[in-house]
Design a binder for this molecule. Structure first.
Ligand SMILES: [Zn+2]
Length: 153
């Protein structure tokens, strides 16, 4: 079995036997819902990190911390009305939070830099948002014209 992280040159085809070694080993345990666990077992073990009795304590602690972190993340996101970074308004919300917090800080060079960085980020978002609006407007105007010749056929 290749060492973890070992590079396999792409030009060498993987024979079926080797491929099955790479793909068939899964954890022998079942998940809470009764399905076969799909995690890879630990090296020289039959179970994955989450199911190996040897790591039960560590895994329990990791689960607990993961749950705490998710709950904390949800609470903070709610308190700040922060949804994520997937759209311009969402990203803008983060900049607003940072800038608002910076404004309430005591004046310092770091605060000044933070405010300027926030202003720059906001300006960039305005630009990108404006471009997006203009592209949408162009598409709305042009799409019927581009579609027409095809319809005439
Ligand atoms: Zn498992």
């Amino acid at each position: 079995m290749p060492h973890h992280g070992e590079m396999v040159p792409i030009s060498i085809p993987l024979d079926k036997r080797r491929l099955s070694v790479l793909t068939s080993r899964t954890c022998r345990e079942r998940t809470k819902s009764g399905e076969q666990c799909r995690q890879s077992p630990l090296r020289d073990r039959d179970a994955c990190f989450w199911h190996d009795p040897e790591h039960a304590e560590t895994a329990a602690e990791a689960r607990r911390l993961g749950g705490l972190r998710r709950r904390k993340e949800g609470t903070i996101a709610g308190a700040y009305d922060f949804q994520g970074l997937e759209s311009i308004p969402e990203i803008r919300r983060l900049v607003e939070i940072v800038v608002t917090d910076a404004l309430s800080m005591e004046n310092s060079i770091a605060r000044g830099r933070l405010l300027i960085a926030g202003a720059q980020a906001a300006a960039e978002l305005l630009e990108v948002g404006e471009l997006e609006t203009r592209v949408e407007a162009l598409e709305t105007t042009l799409t019927p014209r581009l579609v027409k010749p095809a319809r005439r056929r």
